[in-house]
Design a protein around this ligand. Structure first.
Ligand SMILES: Cc1ncc(COP(=O)(O)O)c(C=O)c1O
Length: 469
């Protein structure tokens, strides 16, 4: 099969083909997905597309050529510094997303530590201490930048155990990380205590607020009890927060903020000898899409504190509706007491496999993320869920009734796969199989995952099949 046709195609035909592919994807427009898309409605999307489109071709690689993009980036950073109480010294850059912000933070602290250790003429192997629930982007950063990731356990509230963190500190520790909140459980780590510990040991503390950075402050302003997690805590040296999540911006926009320039300077890359000219770069990417930066600025301006508070209110209302619904089902239980609209739930009934619940929900058109450790389903509420909370709870209830009526559902389909995958004792086996699947997916034949499922779920199914067959 030839992919690149010799002849031109009509634009209309290309777009028609794309529409067809798109119609087979997960149905986020009707609030049927619980992750991946932060949707604030048609009108907001239309506005964002206009803002993005205006800067569709501009490149923030060179801020002197596109001064307006530099202004947008500067103002997005300033607005974020205000939201996170960074005062007049907090500085930062935009990045393409949470993962880039996390990578940048780890690289920055590694380089900072190296420069200081170098001065002291000490050889060392950098280590960072992260909660077990930290986002996998830190694992990636550890891998890319050769920093050892030391994992601290959680306490029974699904927040990091600060005493355990303390015990893990050694002379190679370059960084401590806490999340506000973490992805798997939606709980906010005890940042205040971590801050005290970090200060007492003179170690930087990064707060990963990629997920909740533009939600928690507005939930707090609406009167809910949210623990401090920002620069008001003296030990916090940096914060990452994604504008493309709960600030409902276009994809490709995050912020990485530092307490002051003493940290940020280690993020910059400068090559004064490159034949192509003296080169400076503030973040990981070379070409930086102007559209994403412009749309982030536009999203923050158009919503302001008022808009984000309104949206936070909806999120919390839906959160209460869904959690109240779950409470009425003795077979299910929410993990811990998460602060805002992100949480996960497990089965408390040995006759209900939570993955069978996910299978049922999927049959009803819900795209549900399945988690491991513990086996649970993930929920991430946005304003798009305001009108689906009731039908989601109704389907959850029906799933329990259906599984009780047909217990074989616990042992068939994806439920069986996930259940058995969790029990594969040699985890390396799974890693090896995943590598094979990745090679297959990115090979010349490029076997693509089926479109009715996320890549992740589909991968799990494929691996399970391979291991179990
Ligand atoms: C807590 C947290 N940190 C970092 C990330 C990475 O963000 P991105 O997917 O934009 O790279 C996520 C993504 O969900 C997250 O939840």
């Amino acid at each position: 099969m030839k992919f690149f046709s010799q002849n031109k195609m009509e634009q209309e035909d290309v777009l028609d083909e794309m529409k067809k592919f798109n119609s087979e994807d997960s149905n986020w427009r009707d609030g049927k997905t619980w992750s991946l898309v932060y949707n604030a409605g048609e009108e907001h999307s239309k506005f964002l597309k206009e803002a993005y489109g205006m800067y569709f071709s501009e490149n923030a690689l060179n801020p002197t050529a596109f001064k307006s993009l530099k202004k947008f980036e500067h103002e997005v950073v300033r607005m974020s510094a205000e939201i996170f109480n960074g005062g007049e010294h907090a500085v930062g850059t935009m990045s393409s997303g949470g993962t880039e912000s996390v990578l940048l933070a780890v690289k920055t602290y590694r380089d900072m530590a190296k420069s200081k250790r170098f001065l002291a003429l000490r050889k060392f192997k950098p280590e960072m201490i992260v909660p077990e629930s930290v986002h996998v982007a830190f694992n990636k950063a550890a891998h890319y930048f050769d920093v050892k990731m030391v994992v601290a356990p959680l306490d029974n509230t699904f927040r990091v155990d600060v005493e355990a963190v303390k015990k893990l500190i050694n002379k190679n520790t370059i960084l401590i990380v806490g999340s506000a909140p973490n992805y798997p459980f939606g709980t906010v780590d005890p940042i205040e205590e971590l801050g005290k510990l970090a200060m007492s040991k003179n170690i930087p503390l990064h707060v990963d607020a990629c997920l909740g950075g533009f939600l928690l402050p507005f939930v707090a302003k609406n009167g809910h009890n949210i623990p401090l997690f920002d620069f008001r805590i003296p030990g916090v040296t940096s914060i990452s927060a994604d504008v493309h999540k709960y600030a409902y911006a276009a994809k490709g926009a995050s912020v990485i903020l530092y307490r002051n320039m003493d940290y940020l300077k280690y993020q910059f890359f400068i090559d004064e000898d490159w034949p192509g000219g003296v080169f400076v770069s503030p973040a990981l990417l070379g070409t930086r899409p102007g559209g994403a930066i412009a749309a982030a600025w536009a999203a923050l301006k158009v919503q302001g504190e008022e808009g984000l508070r309104e949206k936070a209110k909806i999120v919390m209302k839906v959160r209460d509706q869904i959690q109240d619904g779950i409470k009425e089902m003795p077979e299910l239980r929410v993990n811990g007491t998460p602060e805002a609209g992100i949480f996960s739930f497990v089965s408390t009934d040995k006759d209900i496999n939570i993955y069978a619940v996910a299978d049922y929900l999927e049959e009803k058109g819900w795209h549900t993320d399945r988690q491991q450790k513990p086996a649970s389903l993930h929920v991430m509420i946005t304003t798009a869920h305001e009108h689906v909370a009731e039908s989601y709870i109704a389907d959850l209830k029906k799933s329990i009734a259906e599984i009780k009526k047909n217990p074989e559902r616990n042992k068939t389909g994806n439920a069986a796969m996930y259940g058995m995958m969790a029990k594969v004792p040699v985890r390396k086996l799974i890693k090896n199989e995943l590598m094979k699947v990745m090679k297959e997916m990115y090979s010349v034949s490029g076997e693509t995952p089926t479109l009715d499922n996320s890549g992740r779920d589909d991968l799990a199914t494929k691996i399970a099949k391979k291991i179990l067959n």
